[in-house]
Ligand binder design. Sequence first.
Ligand SMILES: Cc1ncc(COP(=O)(O)O)c(C=O)c1O
Length: 347
Amino acid sequence: MSYLRKNIAAMDGYVPGFQPPDEASWIKLNTNENPYPPSPQVIKAIQAATGDDLRKYPDAACRAGREAAAELYGYPVDWVIMANGSDELLNNLIRACAGEGEEVAYLHPSYSYYATLAAVQGAQIKTFALTESGDIMDFPERYTGKLFFLTNPNAPLGLRWQADDVGALADRCSGLLVVDEAYADFAEGNCLELVRQKPNVVVTRTLSKSYSLAGMRLGLAIARPYIIAALDKIRDHYNLDRLAQAAIAAALIDQDYFRECVERICATRQWFSIELDKLGYSVIPSSANYVFTSPPDQNGKRVYDALYQRKILVRYFSDPVLSHGLRISIGTQEEMERTLAALAEIG
Ligand SMILES: Cc1ncc(COP(=O)(O)O)c(C=O)c1O
């Protein structure tokens, strides 16, 4: 006999990207972290918050962060919520909208954590196949599930849909369309305006990638106030600690630093993609801080292993729709030059 709920006992846990213990000796391009440090303003703000005040609870409403995000994205404060990583919001959106046995959907391939979160709730999972040219297969005229997660730009392929196309998808959903914009800051457009235009669109963002703050666990969502109010009800009331709250406001305010880092990453991405093509690798044009690329022999595992031996860590997926290639995060220009030299050697 087990004390566990049946679905918990039966499900697999999510396996996050490998974080090697001897991090400094690797070129680490497997979890789409930002190669540049957080803004100096963020470090200052965190240092200023590490004092006697830590004995007190943080602001449960996370006002400073919410206000900074509202100002930056042009929405009223009650359309914004902060979270301990955008993963927390994805989880709470399922908790808020999908009861046991109800359906949530996402594309395959995309972020597989949605499936884990749904399984915890006992929700049913539906996937729609995505081709490498961005076609979504067999999406019904009307999708009646409770939630549809659209990772835009897609992870791991890096391709993206224009806001108009996403809006048309929203019109076909009876439930919420959650646009997971974890990588949108590296793209030329985003779907933020859709939140105002469509009653069922929610956009989630993270500070893990474009703001170099994966270690702080900071995410946010923009949605209609009644959805934000529901997410507010079910979250952990002190979900963001004092250091995270200090960091989020400082990060969102220092837009000059943010833009400079994002521009550098996009320039390196463009250079790296062109060089991969010269090596005979195929590359899906990317709107994110990684590229999905396949070697001429379509054997992702062979190249992954050879890079691993050279202490370069990238992401290989054994899933048959992805095993022909690799997802390689964009590091510094120097890291990518070394990776390219290794790939030239490996072939
Ligand atoms: C598509 C996608 N959504 C959400 C997340 C989670 O981001 P966070 O670090 O804010 O929890 C990731 C992280 O890799 C991601 O790739």
